[in-house]
Ligand binder design. Structure first.
Ligand code: PHE
Length: 338
């Protein structure tokens, strides 16, 4: 028995030394230590060894197992080391690493996040609604009658189902008031769609930032103060802002807001950035009918709403002359924001 243990050990060590890859090494391991391996088989025979020899044979077996295991481990490390070296052959590890180009946020994302930040500090919470809207939320509830030009086939992307790509984010005003009683103070950034001819200042898919504030005693000075403060935070306190009377079916009175754009070497220009106004009581009536309650009592609450063009804000902020740059994803343009 002792000789056979020694023979097994010698044979195993020779096989391990000869193994040229991890596969051969594994074969060698299984042949000696596997379930049917030579040493495993001999170990099973220990029960037939006479009592007085058992301790000595046991020791020999353990010594053989330890030596073989150690040789297997050492050989495995050596083989891996060899493989690593082969993989690195011909590679100059002292060369500087390849430059990883660093990504940057898109200007629209930057202006949106900054705008949200300013308005959240003023107490507005984020709200959202679907881009595929129904006519009720996009028009009817916003006091926009069926013959209003905004509902025209030529201006709006309709689906066969009668739904449409929302022409403005004002639909989120309706959805918010349907699900929430006053006071309400929300902003809703998102995409809006119109069949506009695409040119330097118009896209058929653009981005808006809607706002709505409804509570007791919300007044026109609140609206002016809020939006002036917002625009001054965004563009600097020296930026000229003007409110021009306008018409929207869902606000009364209504205004458009212009910001003065100063491009180097050019005379200052007014650029329209938002529509706004005091929520028309007819909108509250529609909300109450939809909610089946009187939570938005026009005698008790008033509100203001605004819808800003985020693309326009980005154009003013960075002096971008053509809105199409915002969707072309030309890296020469985008890199300037990194
Ligand atoms: N929804 C209007 C538009 O897209 C903007 C607006 C929003 C006007 C809220 C008044 C109040 O032109």
């Amino acid at each position: 028995m002792n000789e056979s243990i020694e023979a097994i050990q010698t044979e195993a060590l020779a096989q391990i030394t000869a193994a040229r890859d991890e596969r051969a090494l594994e074969d060698a391991r299984v042949a000696v230590l596997g379930k049917k391996g030579s040493l495993t088989r001999v170990s099973a025979g220990i029960k037939d060894v006479p009592q007085e020899d058992k301790a000595a044979v046991g020791q020999l077996l353990n010594a053989a197992r330890t030596a073989i295991t150690a040789a297997l481990e050492a050989k495995q490390l050596a083989l891996r080391d060899l493989a690593d070296r082969a993989a690195l052959a011909g590679i100059d590890v002292t060369l500087p690493a390849r430059d990883l180009p660093c990504g940057a946020l898109h200007p629209l994302t930057l202006i949106r996040d900054e705008s949200i930040g300013i308005l959240r500090r003023m107490g507005f919470a984020l709200a959202e609604g679907p881009e595929i809207e129904d006519e009720f939320h996009c028009f009817d509830a916003l006091n926009t009658p069926a013959d209003h030009p905004a509902r025209n086939e030529k201006d709006t992307f309709y689906f066969d189902s009668g739904k449409l790509l929302r022409t403005h984010t004002s639909s989120v005003q309706i959805r918010t008031m349907e699900s929430q009683a006053p006071p309400v103070r929300i902003i809703a950034p998102g995409s809006a769609y119109r069949r506009d001819e695409i040119d330097a200042t118009h896209l058929s898919a653009f981005n808006q930032l809607e706002g709505l504030y409804v509570d007791a005693d919300v007044s026109l000075p609140d609206l002016k103060g809020t939006l002036e403060y917002f625009l001054h935070e965004l563009f600097g306190t020296n930026t000229a802002v003007r409110f021009r009377p306008h018409f929207f079916p869902f606000t009364e009175p209504s205004f458009e807001i212009d910001v003065q754009l100063q491009l180097k070497g050019q005379p200052p220009r007014w650029i329209e950035v938002a529509g706004c106004g005091m929520v028309d009581p007819a909108v509250f009536d529609a909300i109450n009918r939809s909610r089946k309650d009187h939570a938005y009592d026009p005698e008790k609450v008033t509100g203001f709403a605004f819808g800003m063009g985020l693309d326009r804000l980005a154009m003013i902020r960075w002096g971008i002359k053509d809105i199409r740059l915002l969707i072309e994803n030309d890296v020469r343009f985008l890199r300037q924001f990194a």
